[in-house]
Design a protein around this ligand. Structure first.
Ligand code: F6P
Length: 357
């Protein structure tokens, strides 16, 4: 008999339910008897002992449902060792819940912050297996995270819709894409949506080059320009600042985000009508796309296999088209960023896309 705990932590994304179903179906199909305890709202459920014993019915009909039926929350890693407002020692409380329930393993679905805490729990002696979720695709140790392809679809749909209205009115449109500090989502949605300019954090932009590209297009007969701009996009000037200086500058920025600042600058430099569209959290919502359904199911199933074999301390990831197990200590605390010299960037440039560099 195996007793498994399961939780989803951090920002949600599509295919969390799919992945949990993949784990559960494989475990329930195994010869060994298995009990699965679902912790509610991420690590909070583990800290405060909020859980429920899950049955096959909990995992039925959720393959295609976005969100997470367990709920999620952010429990910042940087304060994990500090007592909460209620004075609770979070790490001790999580361990206590684990041992009280006599768990054999915790399955944790999450992104970067979640993996730091997962690795800490592993160091504290708990058996952990994790699954890589995030629309940002910035998790080290895996070429792909689930949620990413679904978010690319949503952001691409947004750019497609903007295309037609931008063409009608001959406008410059900025579509601001999520992705935190990484440009994966913007790069892929931008290319898929035929953006003329793609600005990502990994390639700081020069505002004059961005303006020049727009003017060039309009002077050579194009009536409109589409920019896919990552929420973390940064100018060359700002990239040269120290972290502290940049933080201070951001705190005093009079615009709600980089896109609005860019819009004001470009309107002034080019004189064209500039509009901003921010799809925001729609990029994390809705049903997982077919790719993510298959991908998350496969990862979930492989995670269950590890558990059944008693192999703990790994994230189940994807490298060079193979499902792999990556030691948690290698994953925690590292980001996977777009390489400015990657072939996809070169190819985008060959297609005529400007990165403003
Ligand atoms: O990490 C996923 C993500 O959607 C990022 O792309 C974005 O920066 C962030 O979460 C938004 O966080 P919140 O849901 O807390 O506003």
């Amino acid at each position: 008999m195996k007793r498994i705990g399961m939780l989803t932590s951090g920002g949600d994304c599509q295919a969390l339910n799919t992945a949990m179903r993949g784990v559960a179906k494989t475990l329930f199909n195994a010869k060994e008897q298995v009990e699965i305890y679902g912790f509610l709202n991420g690590y909070q459920g583990l800290i405060y002992g909020k859980f429920r014993l899950l049955t096959g019915a909990d995992f039925a009909g959720i393959l295609t449902k976005g969100g997470t039926f367990l709920g999620s929350s952010r429990t910042p890693f940087k304060t994990i060792r500090e007592p909460g407002e209620d004075g609770i020692d979070k790490v001790a409380a999580m361990k206590q819940t684990y041992y009280k329930l006599q768990l054999d393993c915790l399955v944790i679905l999450g992104g970067n912050g979640t993996h730091k805490t997962a690795n800490l729990l592993r160091e504290e002696g708990l058996n952990i297996v994790t699954l890589p979720k995030t629309i940002d695709n910035d998790l080290w140790g895996t070429d792909m995270t689930f949620g990413f392809q679904s978010a690319v679809n949503v952001a691409t749909d947004c750019i497609d819709c903007i295309h037609t209205t931008a063409a009608s009115h001959g406008r410059v449109f900025i579509v601001e894409v999520m992705g935190h500090k990484a440009g994966w989502l913007t790069l892929n949605a931008g290319m898929a949506g035929g953006a003329d300019i793609i600005l990502i954090p990994e390639i700081p932009y020069d505002i004059d080059k961005v303006a020049k590209k727009i003017k060039q297009r309009h002077e050579t007969g194009s009536r409109f320009t589409i920019l896919a701009v990552a929420e973390g996009a940064i100018s060359k000037e700002d990239a040269a600042l120290s972290k502290k200086e940049y933080k201070k500058k951001l705190a005093n920025r009079k615009y709600p985000s980089v896109s609005y600042e860019l819009a004001a600058q470009l309107q002034e430099k080019c004189g064209y009508d500039v509009r901003v569209t921010v799809p925001g959290h729609t990029q994390r919502g809705g049903s997982p796309c077919p790719y993510d359904r298959v991908f998350a199911s496969r990862l979930g199933s492989e995670a269950a296999e590890l558990i059944l074999k008693g192999e703990y301390g790994f994230m189940v990831g994807y490298k060079n088209r193979e499902i792999v197990k990556v030691p948690l200590e290698d994953v925690a605390g590292k980001l996977k960023m777009v390489d400015p010299n990657a072939s996809i960037v070169k190819e985008a440039k060959l297609l005529g896309i400007s990165f403003g560099d």
